[in-house]
Write a protein that binds this ligand. Structure first.
Ligand code: FES
Length: 129
């Protein structure tokens, strides 16, 4: 079961409210997707505006529902989502017991302890000599 901590729920509701007031969608939804690659095997993506073009499963998390691609539900089944502010600004934090390794910022994870992960997005995108 995905758990959303109070700070994350507050931020997600703020995002939903912003989309509702902008009138961009009649019934806003939070989408949680995993994109392959990036700084590890998978990178989390939370959005309220771009629906993935795939079959979705809705996961109730308290008074918020997350729409997750059906083929990724197993990868987030015990995920905890938090939100925190630090010197670099605010951001969602993901705690996934399936993650064997996590990148430097915590937005990407690997399912195997042998998979290389990056500790710095900047380094991940430097051209190789
Ligand atoms: S996604 Fe690049 S360091 Fe976390």
């Amino acid at each position: 079961m995905v758990q959303i901590r109070p700070a994350a729920a507050q931020e997600l509701k703020r995002l939903l409210h912003r989309h509702t007031t902008q009138g961009s969608r009649p019934s806003p939804q939070i989408y949680l997707t995993l994109e392959p690659g990036g700084c590890a095997d998978w990178t989390y993506r939370l959005t309220a505006d771009i629906a993935p073009q795939r079959s979705l499963t809705t996961l109730p998390c308290g008074d918020i529902s997350l729409a997750v691609p059906s083929d990724q539900v197993d990868l987030v089944q015990d995920l905890t989502i938090d939100y925190a502010e630090d010197l670099m600004g605010g951001g969602f934090r993901f705690i996934n017991p399936l993650a064997q390794r996590t990148c430097g910022c915590g937005n990407a994870f690997a399912l195997s302890a042998d998979t290389p992960v990056t500790q710095d997005c900047t380094a991940a995108h430097l051209p190789t000599p």
